[in-house]
Design a protein around this ligand. Structure first.
Ligand code: C2E
Ligand code: MG
Ligand code: MG
Ligand code: MG
Length: 285
């Protein structure tokens, strides 16, 4: 469909492969080769300030273009990679590439922005993760506050004491932390105050049916109030319409991300946007 094309814009995904055992095996086999064949790329989706319309960060979203299978979406290959230690080497590549990109944009004198990188559960449990990231930061020589790591609420809640310890170590390195897909997991509110985090990302399921007076509007307002009370920044994900954007601005949500603002973009297009810096000119800004 047109909408589907619009969504993927720069890549046409191969329709549902990996459904039967043989396809799955083939997928897995190709995934093992993907790193050395340099088949991964990062796409970048802007997050903007809902006050000024300026781009404040880019979320790095992994794309796999398999020579044999075509474009495979992350929802198909990341769960597979997570079943083995493969996710650790793929994840390390993502951090390396994101940090290299931060350095490159910096050297091109583009407006300073963060890049955020998603971490999977298995990576988060990897005892060497901290030292790997520390080494990448050292080698790429970037200011670590430009790197943000996203972990989902579900990952954060698995072992709270461990999570707090790991997050504190990231913090000591100067890295920012966001809780992704917030509202869909089972965080107790009391646990949240113990997490050394910087940002909550409201899951897009609450944004989808945001209309004034709706239940989702009440939830979104509550999360924003929670963020303000705990001194956390709040990003709304999945903004697809102007109405959603207007609502989120009216309730003082800090940041927004979604197809209405920008699709995830290949690096050249993301860089072009960064030069413009301001993604939207708000009438009142
Ligand atoms: P996520 O971290 O919650 O990323 C947001 C997802 O929502 C992305 O899907 C993005 O393309 C999509 N999205 C953005 N705006 C809109 C919108 O307005 N409407 C809708 N319907 N969707 C929107 P994508 O790129 O397919 O990634 C899916 C998930 O795969 C990510 O969810 C993240 O959990 C995971 N992922 C992506 N890249 C990586 C990575 O490098 N490492 C790990 N571990 N996971 C990753
Ligand atoms: Mg994310
Ligand atoms: Mg998310
Ligand atoms: Mg997610």
């Amino acid at each position: 469909s047109v909408k589907q094309q619009g969504r993927n814009n720069y890549q046409v995904y191969t329709p549902a492969i990996g459904n039967n055992a043989q396809e799955r095996l083939q997928l897995e086999h190709n995934l093992y080769k993907a790193l050395e064949r340099e088949e991964f790329v990062l796409y970048y989706q802007p997050q903007i300030s809902l006050q000024t319309g300026e781009i404040i960060s880019m979320e790095a979203l992994l794309r796999w273009h398999s020579g044999e299978l075509g474009w495979i979406p992350p929802a198909q290959f990341i769960p597979l990679a997570e079943e083995s230690t493969l996710i650790n080497s793929i994840g390390e590549w993502v951090v390396q590439e994101a940090c290299r990109q931060i350095g490159e944009w910096h050297s091109l004198n583009l407006p300073p922005i963060q890049i955020s990188v998603n971490l999977s559960a298995r990576q988060f449990q990897d005892k060497k993760l901290l030292s790997k990231i520390a080494r990448i930061l050292k080698n790429t020589n970037i200011n670590s506050s430009y790197l943000e790591l996203e972990i989902t609420e579900t990952i954060a809640m698995q072992d709270m004491d461990l999570t707090i310890a790991i997050l504190n170590n990231f913090r000591k390195l100067g890295i920012q932390i966001a809780i992704d897909d917030f509202g869909t997991g089972y965080s107790s509110l009391s646990s949240l105050k113990h997490f050394p985090i910087d940002k909550l990302k409201i899951d897009r399921s609450f944004v989808r049916e945001l209309t004034i007076g709706s239940q989702d509007a009440a939830i979104v307002k509550a999360i924003i109030a929670l963020g303000q009370g705990l001194n956390l920044e709040v990003t709304a994900e999945g903004i697809e319409t102007e109405e959603q954007l207007d609502f989120l601005r009216s309730v003082n949500c800090d940041f927004g991300q979604g197809y209405f603002l920008s699709y995830p973009l290949p690096v050249e297009a993301a860089q072009k946007l960064l030069k413009k810096h301001r993604l939207i000119q708000f009438k009142s800004a």
